[in-house]
Design a protein around this ligand. Structure first.
Ligand SMILES: N[C@@H](CCC(=O)N[C@@H](CS)C(=O)NCC(=O)O)C(=O)O
Length: 250
C-alpha cells in the first residue's frame, strides 16, 4: 500500500520554512497546503481544528503513531516529531538531544518572537500609526542584536548551534535570512557577526534548505504581483495588516 504524504499547512514565512526545510532534509514525501494568512485562512474552522492558535505551520501525518493520523501545531513540536520519526537531525543520545532542545527552545522563545517584533515595529507598524515608536523599535532592534551576538559566540567554536547540523539550525536559519535581504528588517548588519554569517552561508548552501525555501516561491511571486507585501501602502496590504495585527480572543 502506498503511504499518503505528510500535509504541511504552510505560509511563506520563517516559521513555515523551518518545516519545509526539515521535510526536504529528510526526503519525506509531503504536500503543501497553502494558508493565506493575509486573507484570513488561519481563522477557518477546518484549520483551527488542527491549529487552535490560528498560526502556521501545522502538519497532518496520515501515518502517525500506531499507523493512525496525527495533527501537530507549533513549529518546535513539529520539528521534534519529524526528528523522532525520521531518526535524523535530532540525536537519540540524551546529552546530545538536550543540547539540540536548548537551542531549539532558545529560537522558539527568543530569536523568533524578538525578530518578529522587530519586523513589526520597524517595517509594518509605521504604515498604520503616526506614533514615533522610538522606544519599541530600539528595544527589539537591541534584543535581536543581543541574540545575534549569542549565536555568533556559540558559532565561533562550533560549526553548528548544537553539535552536528540539527533541527536547531533549521529553526534559526529562516529568522536570520531577512537580515541577508535587508538590514532594515531587524536593524542588523550580518557582516558584524562573522561566525553567524559563515554559518548562515553554509546552511543556506545546503540543497535541501534551498528547496525548502523554494516551496514558498510561488506565494512570494503572487504577493509581489499583487503588491500585497505587508509593509506596502496598497489596499490588500492594509487589509492583511488589520487582520494580522489586531487580534483579540475570539
Ligand atoms: N510559535 C508559533 C508561531 C507561529 C506564527 O507566528 N506563525 C505566523 C506566521 S510566521 C502566523 O501564522 N500568523 C498568522 C496570524 O497572525 O494570524 C510556531 O513556531 O509555530
Amino acid at each position: 500500500m502506498t503511504k499518503k504524504p505528510i500535509e504541511l499547512y504552510f505560509a511563506d514565512t520563517p516559521n513555515g520554512w523551518k518545516i519545509s526545510i526539515m521535510l526536504e532534509e529528510c526526503k519525506m514525501p509531503y504536500k503543501i497546503i497553502p494558508v493565506n494568512i493575509g486573507k484570513g485562512d488561519q481563522f477557518k474552522p477546518s484549520f483551527l481544528k488542527i491549529s487552535p492558535n490560528n498560526r502556521i505551520p501545522a502538519l497532518i501525518d496520515p501515518n502517525g503513531p500506531g499507523g493512525k493520523p496525527i495533527s501537530i501545531f507549533e513549529s518546535g513540536a513539529i520539528l521534534q516529531y519529524l526528528g523522532r520519526k525520521s531518526g535524523k537531525f535530532y540525536p537519540k543520545n540524551e546529552r546530545e538531544r538536550s543540547n539540540v532542545d536548548q537551542w531549539l527552545f532558545w529560537q522558539m522563545g527568543g530569536l523568533g518572537p524578538m525578530a518578529g517584533q522587530a519586523h513589526h515595529f520597524r517595517m509594518y507598524a509605521p504604515q498604520f500609526t503616526k506614533e514615533k515608536l522610538t522606544y519599541s523599535k530600539k528595544r527589539y532592534t537591541n534584543e535581536v542584536n543581543r541574540l545575534y551576538g549569542v549565536m555568533n559566540k556559540q558559532l565561533r567554536k562550533n560549526d553548528y548551534l548544537a553539535g552536528r547540523y540539527s533541527i536547531a539550525d533549521m529553526a534559526c536559519w529562516g529568522w536570520v535570512l531577512p537580515s541577508k535581504i535587508s538590514s532594515k528588517m531587524q536593524g542588523q548588519k550580518l557582516k558584524e557577526f562573522p561566525h553567524l554569517f559563515k554559518w548562515f552561508e553554509k546552511v543556506g548552501a545546503r540543497p535541501a534548505v534551498q528547496k525548502g525555501l523554494d516551496v514558498g516561491k510561488v506565494m512570494r511571486m503572487l504577493a509581489k504581483a499583487s503588491r500585497s507585501g505587508l509593509s506596502e501602502k496598497t489596499k490588500e496590504a492594509k487589509k492583511a495588516r488589520s487582520l494580522l495585527f489586531n487580534q483579540k480572543a475570539r
